[in-house]
Design a protein. Sequence first.
Length: 241
Amino acid sequence: MSHRSNPVVELENVQFSWTEDKPILDIQSLSITQGEKVFIRGPSGSGKTTLLGLLGGVLTPDSGSVKVLNTNLAQLPPAQRDLHRAEHTGFIFQMFNLIPYLSVAENITLPLSFAKGRHDRVSATGRKPEQEAARLLQTLGLVDPELLSRPVTELSIGQQQRVAAARALIGSPELLIADEPTSALDTDTREAFIKLLFSECESSGSTLMFVSHDSSLEPLFDRTIVLPEINRASQQNREAV
């Protein structure tokens, strides 16, 4: 596919440490192109959470460049990094991070309040934000329209997961990052959810980075990145043990 020549994520000579003498990340290069569905695997302590923090602009590297859509996040002031994340990156968190006092529809449409580009992309479809929220939920397997007005606290874990995915997907962000989003689901439900996620990513042209311990899911993806194999810091830490 020709569109895959465009890099969405590019890391070059990235180092990050919480303490001066012990780097947690040391990645010479990492490139993920438009439309790819990439599985990222690594044990606890291999730097997965730190990597996602760098890609979201929540953290900045000690050295090297972290580019998302050709923008070096480290060169942006904090407010601009926040805006870039809101506009271009959708996150599905392991614990979902839904807002308990908001309804399902309010949770899903929340990113549109902070990201004009994503709001405009929804408007361009001719649908109102709540209609787009309903469409996404239906695509992800929740077909009951009455769910939209319910508090998220009344939903099952599986339903909350789909709400979290719909919130990340609304407005077609170019990059979707999923951090262990299926850990609470059984195997059959897990695979079905991922295939629905793929379908929506493909229709919107989003690139998917999916972080998980569950190697049984790897065959579903275009390719796998084993984080300890590209993170020289975790290799050094293992050798030091």
